[in-house]
Design a protein around this ligand. Structure first.
Ligand code: GDP
Ligand code: MG
Length: 282
């Protein structure tokens, strides 16, 4: 049996999280048109007759020079050297700019085997596709996919299984991700919050899942607290007559029900707390 780790790298918004979800057939990573929504280093597990592969979504490859970014970059680099294959994801609708060159250098500097994955081929204007195809010679096998539509994902999986070594599975069958249930639920709620607060990057938002109970009939009861350090955000999240928070709850619940295959009751509470960062650290 084959077994191994596959890292997904690429600049923000190329579609890494979308690809991860659709490769494993379940939502584990949140996606958004906005940069930097993935907070955890999320792993997604794919099992089939040939064996198991574990995909690692690597957040935080940014050129910024602050301490957090440097730390994330350090983690990303060591991830790349310790996996079996790197899938380098690019977006042919955007030109190769300095950020792309930065990621490209990161990929180059790792001795790990690589696949070049040109995503978003469903887009009607992949204007820069030739400049990405030109990287194939240096990077390795090229696969052109649409993570969104599922085009050529089977082909990508076939190529990856060819490259993986033989070994024992890393995760027990049935486990989809390294995230705990609480972390996964919190991530999904965060995604809905990002969609609602679309024009602002809500770094000051945090979700705490403080109660998950399975009832006797199998239904899942969840309580989560949304913490924000911005009074305006709180009002906006709740919305007039509570409509905003209701929409967020409904759409998170729909995702959860399809992932967990259970009825879900989701109770959300929004709390303004200027000092939630300190409070959580305490
Ligand atoms: P990440 O930052 O690399 O994880 O990117 P995401 O997976 O969050 O995707 C960023 C944006 O690109 C989202 O709006 C996705 O819906 C979109 N996207 C991802 N894959 C595709 C694709 O194959 N085709 C198209 N047209 N859009 C995609
Ligand atoms: Mg992502």
């Amino acid at each position: 049996m084959k077994s191994g780790l596959v890292a997904l790298i690429g600049r923000s918004n190329v579609g890494k999280s979308t690809l991860l979800n659709n490769l494993i057939g379940s939502k584990v990573a949140i996606t958004s048109p906005k940069a930097q929504t993935t907070r955890h280093s999320i792993q997604g597990v794919l099992n089939d007759a040939r064996g198991q592969m574990v995909f690692v979504d690597t957040p935080g490859i940014l050129q910024k020079r602050d301490r957090l970014t440097k730390r994330l970059l350090h983690i990303a680099k060591s991830t790349l050297d310790n996996v079996d294959v790197i899938v380098y994801v690019v977006d042919p609708t955007r030109s190769i700019g300095s950020e792309e060159k930065f990621v490209l250098n990161l990929a180059r500097s790792s001795p790990t085997k690589k696949i070049l994955c040109i995503n978003k081929i469903d887009d009607p204007r992949p204007d820069f596709i030739e400049s990405y195809r030109a990287l194939a010679e240096e990077i390795g096998t090229v696969v052109e996919v649409s993570a969104l539509r599922g085009t050529n994902l089977k082909l990508l999986i076939n190529i990856l299984f060819e490259l993986l070594p033989e070994g024992e599975p890393l995760y027990p069958e049935g486990q989809l991700t390294n995230l705990t249930n609480e972390e996964l639920i919190a991530e999904l709620i965060r995604e809905k919050l990002f969609l609602r607060l679309h024009d602002e990057v809500p770094y000051g938002l945090h979700v705490v899942v403080d109660d998950v109970k399975e009832r006797e009939n199998g239904d899942l009861y969840i309580h989560a607290l949304i913490l924000t350090n911005d009074e305006r955000h709180k009002r906006y999240i709740i919305g007039s007559g509570g409509r905003g928070i209701k929409e967020i709850g409904q759409s998170a619940r729909k995702d959860l029900e399809s992932i967990m295959q259970k009825h879900v009751y989701l109770e959300l509470e929004v709390e303004f707390d200027e000092h939630w960062v300190e409070r959580l650290a305490a």
